[in-house]
Design a protein around this ligand. Structure first.
Ligand code: C5P
Length: 238
């Protein structure tokens, strides 16, 4: 059975393998997966994946958010598949071809998540970027449209905000994974940052989220272990 801590994906948003080692060491027993993003992967590369495997039983989410021509995405995804990670990401972007190429490149060896719309993007940003009014008026329409592309092309699921999970589960079923960043536990809501479409752990879980991606609220806490434990308790109660 999935335990409360298994829902937590801790984002290793740090700039060195040494810092990553510290967080892996203290959090291994308290989270379900570690997420490696661009900052750490550019610095430390596949070595950091090996380090997580050596140090921990937790899963690995390699969040590289691919966005390129289909041939390049297919080849990059084939390289990711060789690393033996559980989940990875491709932007839903403009066309289905990129998503299809990502799924083909993965060869079923790694779960491919389509990034629908970054949780740092608001309706205002969408309007300024020149999208049709229907999308800036209701950002969830754009998320749904992109999730549909990801589903049709065979992705394992999507990355979306906790505010959109219910809609995605209703439209595409329980098996289609919804992974949600932009998680801000009640004890951090006073601190403003770049995330705009935020939810608490409890509300993301109640909406049906499969995994909560949490970075700064745990990384920057005075006691990261305590922050992870408190988050798991909130998940449990939800
Ligand atoms: O610190 P914070 O909890 O905001 O970290 C969120 C993490 O999730 C970051 O690593 C960010 O790159 C990632 N992410 C996101 N929004 C997405 C996809 C990934 O914030 N749509």
């Amino acid at each position: 059975m999935k335990r409360a801590k298994d829902y937590i994906i801790f984002s290793l948003d740090v700039s060195s393998a040494e810092e990553a080692r510290h967080y892996i060491g203290i959090l291994s027993e308290h989270v379900g997966m570690f997420k490696v993003g661009l900052e750490l992967f550019i610095r430390s590369g596949p070595e950091v994946i090996k380090m997580i495997k050596d140090m921990s039983q937790a899963g690995i989410f390699l969040d590289l958010k691919l966005h390129d021509i289909p041939a390049t995405v297919r080849r990059a995804m084939a390289s990711i598949a060789e690393l033996g990670v559980n989940l990875t990401t491709v932007h839903c972007g403009e066309t289905r071809e990129m998503l299809k190429a990502a799924v083909i490149g993965s060869s079923g060896e790694v779960g491919v998540l389509g990034v629908t719309l970054l949780t740092s993007i608001s309706s205002y940003d969408i309007q300024k970027a020149g999208f049709e009014n229907q999308y800036s008026a209701d950002i969830s329409k754009l998320v749904l449209k992109r999730a549909e592309m990801a589903k049709d092309e065979g992705c394992t699921g999507v990355v979306c905000s906790g505010l959109e999970v219910k809609m995605i589960k209703n439209a595409f079923g329980k098996e289609f994974l919804a992974v949600t960043p932009g998680i801000r536990p009640a004890w951090t809501l006073a601190e403003k940052d770049d995330q705009k479409r935020v939810t608490t752990p409890a509300s993301a879980i109640k909406n049906g989220s499969d995994y909560l991606v949490i970075g700064r609220p745990i990384r920057d806490a005075k006691d990261p272990v305590q922050a992870a434990v408190m988050t798991a308790e909130e998940i449990e109660s939800a």
